[in-house]
Ligand binder design. Structure first.
Ligand SMILES: Cc1cc2nc3c(=O)[nH]c(=O)nc-3n(C[C@H](O)[C@H](O)[C@H](O)COP(=O)(O)OP(=O)(O)OC[C@H]3O[C@@H](n4cnc5c(N)ncnc54)[C@H](O)[C@@H]3O)c2cc1C
Length: 403
């Protein structure tokens, strides 16, 4: 029997598997995909995530794989630059950094594979649980294989099957946007300085930056209203739409490109009131699916993994009773939940600011006319944004690897 079976080799599940394997725990990691070439959601890490990577001893890995620090954030409303904030925002601190998620996961996998007590099963999804006296005691894979476990960890993302099988409900937060993701050829303007632009034009809004693998990336907020045709975005001429919403300096860059149809990345946000059941623990997006706003989900997943290792390793190293393992699961939730609640609130506040500007034209035009000319207003807006970023960058609670 495995001590821990982890479902999902995303950032949460794979780093947890590696950390447990390094500490002598017998781990099986099960991943539905065959490789790390699937569509990924996001590549930005905040200082809190970079610190987690440092605790995990993976800073050298990040240096070896495609990565790119951000130089600044800039806000553009109705074709005018409102303010800019340079990275790193904290003196002597770490800049928000874009990393290649596939290369990162491959590197963590290579580290985990060095341990004979680690096993990776890829290309097969978990479809059910095995139960004994109301405790989950293993998983059944799509190919009918059965795998026993002292503990099942669901790190299988926002549509978690583990969550469903363990009957742990998710409280979804109302969410009226998805992201349309465009990848475009780079242009020299972006090579000199990598600025994350947040651009609002009329009711439209999008983010733009140079990704770690050298392609320009655009995340377009696709707002949904009740009764909307869910496929309407597929019929839009995106070249024309992006050009119409772009500030003047961006227009020629977009016009030179052939812009293909984007990829739709659906957004789910929520929190499970309970992250555990007898024999089961949920982590990462499975327990608390995160909004893409200000790049939080990977960071939170890495921090979940560290706290979980701190609690579980001493128990598994002394081969504790199953009842002792179940007893520690609420402590893991109790340690992580306050940060998740606070970060989701802060993300929501960021979304509300954008909504206000998109939906209230007098405010949008007022800000876009006044801020570029009046330094008092520009500095106030800038400082208020910087103040709101502190916890989103550093995290809310102190997390460190103790075992
Ligand atoms: C558009 C968008 C952009 C984002 N950008 C960022 C960003 O820049 N920075 C950031 O920090 N966060 C970002 N996020 C959030 C981030 O993507 C998630 O919070 C993060 O990926 C969660 O990691 P995870 O390991 O918990 O889950 P996931 O990354 O979703 O991994 C889950 C894994 O489980 C596997 N799986 C699922 N079901 C099964 C099954 N039944 N059996 C076996 N395996 C299974 C999946 O194949 C997957 O590999 C973004 C989100 C969105 C929607």
């Amino acid at each position: 029997m495995s001590q821990v079976v982890i479902i999902g080799a995303g950032p949460t599940g794979l780093t947890l598997a590696m950390l447990l394997a390094q500490r002598g725990i017998d781990v099986k990691l099960i991943e539905a995909s065959r490789n790390f070439r699937r569509t990924f959601r996001g590549e930005a890490l905040m200082p809190s995530g970079l610190e987690a990577i440092e605790f995990m001893g993976l800073t050298d890995l990040v240096a070896r794989i495609p990565h790119r620090p951000l130089d600044a954030w800039e806000f553009v409303i109705e074709n005018r630059s409102i303010f800019r904030v340079d990275e790193p925002m904290e003196p002597g601190g770490k800049p928000c950094t874009l990393i290649s998620q596939p290369a990162f996961l491959e590197g963590v996998m290579a580290e985990a594979r060095q341990y004979p007590n680690f096993e990776f099963i890829a290309g097969t999804a978990v479809r059910d649980f095995m139960w004994e006296n109301d405790r989950a005691v293993g998983v059944i894979l799509g190919d009918d294989r059965q795998i026993d476990a002292e503990l099942i960890v669901g790190a299988d993302g926002r549509s978690s099957i583990v969550r469903q099988k363990a009957k742990l409900p998710l409280d979804r937060q109302s969410q009226n946007f998805d992201i349309l993701w465009f990848k475009l050829a780079s242009s020299p303007e972006f090579e000199a300085e990598n600025i994350f632009y947040s651009i609002i034009s009329g009711h439209d809004g999008f983010g733009l930056f140079l990704g770690c693998e050298g392609l320009l990336q655009i995340g377009w907020s696709l707002h949904r209203q009740v009764g909307d045709d869910a496929n309407a975005w597929q019929r839009i001429n995106w070249q024309a739409k992006l050009v119409a919403a772009a500030p003047d300096w961006l227009v020629p860059i977009l016009q030179q490109q052939k812009i293909d149809r984007p990829v739709l990345l659906s957004v789910t946000v929520g929190l499970c009131p309970q992250w555990h059941a007898p024999g089961v623990l949920l982590l990462g997006d499975a327990a608390h699916p995160m909004s893409p706003v200000r790049a939080q989900g990977i960071n939170m997943g890495l921090r979940d993994a560290i706290v979980t290792v701190n609690h579980l390793v001493p128990l598994f190293q002394r081969h504790a009773q199953l009842t002792e393992i179940d007893a520690v699961l609420p402590q893991i939730q109790a340690e992580r939940e306050p940060e998740i609640i606070q970060i989701q609130k802060l993300q929501h506040a960021e979304i509300n600011q954008g909504e206000l500007l998109r939906n209230y034209a007098p405010l949008r035009y007022g800000v876009s006319w006044l801020a570029p000319h009046l330094s008092l207003i520009r500095n106030r807006l800038r400082q208020s944004w910087v103040d709101r970023q502190l916890l989103l960058r550093q995290g809310v609670t102190s997390v460190s690897l103790k075992v």
